[in-house]
Design a protein around this ligand. Structure first.
Ligand code: SF4
Length: 378
């Protein structure tokens, strides 16, 4: 019999962090649906530390899949065929045995509605050939399955064996027809999983992927506190708002990876890897951040270049007015710079226009886009 997740009881719901109670949230990669919370996989760097939810190991549902689907497509910033969607990327793994039927159900509901939006499913758990049959049966949505793989073999940091993700990637790639699959190589922590052997292994796995995306560690205060409480050696001496990966480490990693010429192309940004895999321009409009594109294959570069245009003044002005931007937006060759918009309204603007939108008070510096620098602990 198919496994399912139970609906959370009232008493337990009252204990849940308020930010986890709202199942739909606009994040950088699009509208994120998270009506199931709880995960037994225990990755030490999990974002659930930020919501005080790390100890909830049993997944529970906040509502039915139908209710969650309705909330998603009726969200004030949802745009059919435009808004990228992510499923279960904040508080559980979408391919856990008891969660995956809900994942398939939501995918089917989206697809049956005739929506052609990009949909991202990120997992580090087991994917079977039967799952692939269900993914291939979807005919409208642009589905990408991203397989999180780190190569970290310290069970204190990551109790789940990386071989599970490696096997899932192989299964997904072998059966891919209507969907695409990415090696999501993360978190990369200098000194822990960035040796030449680690990089070679990731590149070999990427022969069974349509693209590779890498990123550093999201090292926030709550995660640092967990490392300290468990006696896990801290990789950095400070925490940061964005993901950490020193520039020199990034350059070295790319250089070694690219010696493997039969591996899938590597990207710095999730949306760029998804764009390449589906042969579409980057929906996050990273093309203006030119230093991101230096590793992009020329065919993909041309696709983004052809689609890249500064937003129409009148359209931008009316959108900014309706969203409540303070003062006038500034358009540069790299981005639209605004004041007074929270993240979800900035991302709505970004996905509507296919152009980066930055907050004037949180500047992005050259070669530091979406990446923080920090001192490594040696
Ligand atoms: S050209 Fe630049 S923006 Fe487009 S996919 Fe490549 S790296 Fe991303």
């Amino acid at each position: 019999m198919d496994k399912h997740v139970a609906i959370i009881g009232t008493a337990q719901l009252s204990q849940v962090n308020p930010s986890l109670k709202n199942p739909v949230e606009y994040r950088k990669s699009g509208l994120s649906l998270n009506h199931i919370i709880g995960c037994p996989l225990d990755c030490s760097y999990c974002v659930r530390h930020l919501f005080g939810n790390f100890d909830q190991r049993k997944p529970l549902a906040l509502m039915t899949d139908e209710q969650a689907f309705e909330q998603l497509i009726s969200h004030r910033y949802f745009q059919p065929h435009i808004t990228p969607i992510q499923l279960f990327n904040r508080a559980t793994d979408p391919m856990l045995p008891e969660v995956k039927n809900h994942t398939h159900k939501i995918l089917r509901l989206l697809d049956q509605s005739g929506l052609t939006n990009n949909v991202l499913v990120i997992t580090r758990w087991r994917v079977t050939p039967e799952d692939c049959v269900r993914f291939n049966a979807l005919s409208n949505i642009k589905l990408t399955i991203l397989v999180t793989y780190s190569g970290i073999d310290d069970p204190e940091v990551e109790p789940i064996k990386s071989s599970i993700a490696a096997s899932s990637l192989g299964v997904l790639f072998k059966h891919a027809q209507r969907y695409r699959t990415l090696l999501y190589w993360r978190p990369i922590v200098p000194g822990l999983n960035d040796s030449v052997q680690h990089i070679d292994r990731a590149a070999q796995l990427a022969r069974h992927a349509h693209a590779t995306v890498f990123s550093g560690l999201f090292y926030r205060k709550e995660i640092a506190q967990y490392y300290q409480s468990q006696g896990i050696p801290e990789p950095y001496s400070s925490t940061a708002r964005r993901k950490l990966l020193p520039l020199e480490d990034e350059k070295r990693l790319i250089r070694i990876y690219q010696t493997h010429t039969s591996s899938a192309p590597i990207f710095r940004k999730t949306s760029c890897g998804v764009a390449y895999a589906h042969q579409q321009p980057d929906y996050n409009g990273h093309f203006g951040i030119t230093e991101i594109c230096d590793i992009c294959p020329s065919t993909q570069f041309s696709t983004c270049k052809a689609a890249w245009k500064k937003p129409d003044d009148a359209l931008l002005s009316s959108l900014c007015k309706s969203l409540g931007v303070q003062g006038e937006p500034v358009i540069t060759d790299r981005s639209i710079v605004v004041r007074g918009l929270d993240e979800q309204r900035r991302y709505f603007l970004q996905h509507t226009l296919g152009y980066q939108v930055h907050d004037i008070d949180k500047p992005h510096h050259y070669e530091r886009h979406g990446r923080s620098e920090a001192e490594r602990n040696t």
